[in-house]
Design a protein around this ligand. Structure first.
Ligand code: GDP
Length: 473
């Protein structure tokens, strides 16, 4: 059925059970109200605790956002280098890596702001302007770059001398651990840079005692390309709160992404026009996201064969000789930088008895994260994938992680061809719809204990597609 038909038949709640706040302007961000028409799944109703937390967050954001007296005061203090106990404390998100990575670190950073009563602001370079709507009512999440006192924000990289680890090493932050109370012995810096990217420079961030000290720093600059939310679970002071926010652990990323990231109207137009033209007619939509990393590249024929044997193992794509009941059609939507797989699947279903159509919106050939229009097309494809009934995604790809998590689908994950060898097992069913934290703080010790030792069994599982990674389940 088409999207419009689905509204009445499934009686979709357009605000997703109160996850999205009512009364925001529809016209300036249509996707916020319309995306529920298109999603096929909404498996987890948000908890009342999460709803309360979000509404309180929104009120705090309005009070502390750029343009308010409290914000002006906090910026003044930052300028003068004072560390004072502010009413408003901030997490400033900085861009790092591709769009999927960015969306995941935004969701994680926002969760951290929720847990620590901070305000989440984003420093957007031109390539990321006009991708997402303002998520919070009657305010802005954009950091005004012109009068922000820290220079060169976009080029500080993973190891600036204000990173948490550098500050700990140089004893500019000294933590006195006294039982469960940690205090800073020296005056705290005005801001701390958190380098939580794949290099995981600031692993000590995940130690309880450092969290206590960081709580006293007004400005945290977050530089990450990871979904680090799973690694917040082992931190003692967050555990109860996380359990109440997300009674089902695998719903965390799903609900955070659906709450926070809404495509702007130009992106939404691309999404809906394409969906209504090509995908709406089908009874079943299967999303296929194919990412080939340089470190795991194999010939297109080999990857195609891997996809087919995965499909046979997991019974995903229709077999070509399947007799299909009249009108029982399947649309396969492919997202990939290349058109090799589209071409091959097209041939596979050409003249078959199965009623299958194959679609691909773009094939960009190469990543171009510095280009806004390229990112807009990539975002449109992430959303088109997220409207699938079922998903096959590529291992270790954050682009795929965001798609299935938004979709609310436990995907089938194609395993990466490590060492350029076709993996013996083509794919695995995911244990949850959570994105993988590809680089958790492994080996980091807090007061002599490993950060995620015992919690690995309780909250976290090793990722299907990466032994070093962890995910909630
Ligand atoms: P990851 O590298 O797979 O983890 O995902 P990222 O999204 O972080 O970075 C990959 C980037 O390459 C994307 O953001 C896009 O810019 C581009 N890209 C990769 N795959 C696709 C695709 O299927 N469609 C489009 N339009 N762009 C893609």
């Amino acid at each position: 059925g088409d999207a419009a038909g689905n509204i009445t038949s499934r009686n979709v709640d357009e605000l997703l059970g109160g996850l999205l706040t009512a009364g925001m302007d529809r016209r300036s961000c249509r996707s916020r109200y319309e995306s529920s028409w298109y999603y096929k799944h909404f498996p987890y109703t948000p908890s009342t605790h999460l709803l309360g937390k979000l509404r309180a967050y929104e009120a705090r954001h309005r009070r502390c956002a750029p343009g308010t007296p409290l914000y002006a005061m906090a910026v003044d203090r930052l300028k003068s280098g004072e560390a004072a106990m502010e009413e408003c404390r901030y997490v400033v998100w900085l861009p790092f890596d591709g769009l999927g990575n960015r969306m995941l670190s935004m969701a994680s950073g926002f969760l951290y702001a929720l847990l620590t009563d901070r305000v989440f602001l984003v420093a957007l370079p031109p390539d990321s302007d006009e991708l997402f709507c303002e998520p919070f009512p009657d305010t802005t999440w954009r950091l005004p770059l012109e009068d922000f006192p820290i220079a060169n924000l976009f080029n500080l990289g993973p190891n600036p001398d204000v990173s948490l680890t550098a500050l700990l090493n140089s004893k500019k932050i000294v933590v006195n651990v006294d039982g469960d109370n940690a205090t800073a012995a020296t005056p705290l810096p005005a801001y701390v840079y958190l380098s939580l990217g794949y290099q995981m420079t600031d692993g000590p961030f995940f130690c309880d005692e450092n969290q206590v000290v960081l709580g006293k720093v007004s400005w945290l600059l977050l530089y990450s390309d990871l979904y680090f939310a799973p690694s917040l679970y082992p931190i003692a002071e967050f555990q109860d709160e996380l359990r109440r926010l997300f009674p089902a652990k695998e719903s965390a990323g799903h609900l955070l992404l659906r709450y926070l990231l809404h495509p702007t109207n130009p992106v939404w137009d691309m999404v809906t026009t394409y969906y209504n033209t090509y995908l709406a007619y089908a009874h079943k939509r299967i999303g296929l996201q194919i990412r080939m990393f340089n470190f795991a590249s194999i010939p297109a024929d080999d990857l195609y064969n891997q996809i087919i044997s995965c499909s046979q193992q997991e019974h995903i794509l229709p077999e070509t000789d399947t007799e299909v009941a009249a009108g029982n059609s399947t649309a396969i939507f492919i997202a990939s930088l290349y058109n090799d797989y589209y071409e091959r699947l097209k041939v596979r279903y050409h003249d078959g008895t199965a009623k299958v159509d194959v679609f691909q919106r773009t094939h960009e050939q190469r990543q171009a994260t510095e280009n806004l229009a390229h990112n807009q097309r990539a975002l449109a494809e992430i959303f088109l994938l997220s409207f699938s009934d079922e998903l096959v995604t590529s291992g270790m790809s954050t682009f795929g992680y965001v798609s299935y998590s938004l979709a609310g689908v436990r995907p089938t994950i194609l395993l990466p061809a490590h060492g350029h060898k076709v993996p013996a097992t083509p794919c695995r069913r995911a244990v949850s719809m959570e994105p993988c934290n590809l680089t958790p703080p492994r080996g980091v010790t807090c007061r002599g204990k490993g950060v995620d030792g015992e919690d690995l069994a309780r909250h976290l599982k090793v990722c299907e597609d990466r032994e070093e990674g962890v995910k909630l389940f």
